[in-house]
Write a protein that binds this ligand. Sequence first.
Ligand SMILES: Cc1cc2nc3c(=O)[nH]c(=O)nc-3n(C[C@H](O)[C@H](O)[C@H](O)COP(=O)(O)O)c2cc1C
Length: 369
Amino acid sequence: MKSTFGKNLTVSLFGESHGPAIGVVIDGLAPGIPLDLAHIRRQLDLRRAGGEISTARQEGDEFEILSGFFNDHTTGTPLTIMIKNSQTRSKDYEKTKNLLRPGHADYTAFIKYGGWQDYRGGGHFSGRLTAPIVAAGAICEQILAAHGVIIGTHLAECAGIADAPLPTAETELQQTLQAVNARQFAVIDDQKGEEMRQAILAAKQNLDSVGGVLETAVCGLPAGIGEPFFNSVESVLAHLIFSVPAVKGLEFGAGFGFARMRGSAANDPLRMDGDKIITTSNHNGGINGGITNGMPIIFRTAIKPTPSIYQPQRTVDFAARQDATLQIEGRHDPAIIHRARPVLDAMTALALTELFIEARGTAWQTTLD
Ligand SMILES: Cc1cc2nc3c(=O)[nH]c(=O)nc-3n(C[C@H](O)[C@H](O)[C@H](O)COP(=O)(O)O)c2cc1C
């Protein structure tokens, strides 16, 4: 019954959506890492609800570092980040507390915790718990950036509307990631972004919700990070990406497209680029045998439509043990995808830091190449 990930870098998540606070404890950080708190603030702002396309529960997400940070640097002891909850409206959940929300974790949480779980606002299963994850990831993003590693995610698709594709050439890809990272609504093509927003608003007007696909790229990685079999780069990334609520699919490189390709088209030919070995295509998404090959890591994540919708839905009253109709109250996102985007960046940073420490030791965090 633990909410902890990692061996080298341990991340423990705590809190409930309507409790006093949520947060994270990160253990395994090296001493002496300078932290830019403004970067943590920026990433939290990218996840924060805002405007018509997000939930009306709009929290400030002010964070406090309670331990492991002194004189602007990490101390090497467990670093605790806390974010207070302020905009709770728990009465919204009282009337329907016995009605299990279809597509949400109400039923499974009830079974696992035997009814002792805090059900208000989804409790520990709320998307709100992704705020401390973003804060923890923002620390790892800084460690990785000091080693030249850049992570970025765009909304490749939302409500069936596709964004422009990521460029394949690494220099262009890096520029695109930097441009996308500076945006609140992370699209490459503004026109497509506007169409996506309109589709989210239309779904909201119909008391419904929409999903989409996030595409993440990581540039600047050396070859040789990752372990064979159980701690392959794909496995560790998948472990964390699938921990994000509402993630239901993940593919690396050509992913499911490989199933329809021939080897001659699927293989990435190798060539020399100065004294570096590169591939001329990147269908394998930067990973071979579970280990980085020096090309950008590319993966695509399917995000489902928000389960809490305002249409009447068929469900079960678990106290009365009879069929019932649920009419949701409470405040919910008509789409999760734009808010999940910095969460994927954070999870990617946590996974890669874990793998880098495995390959190069704790001191790697403060040893520049
Ligand atoms: C950033 C973010 C925001 C979310 N907001 C909501 C929300 O407002 N309402 C809701 O029902 N689910 C929301 N979710 C999704 C639920 O937390 C998730 O669907 C639920 O815990 C069940 O988990 P599963 O979809 O992974 O099976 C959100 C998820 C994320 C990542």
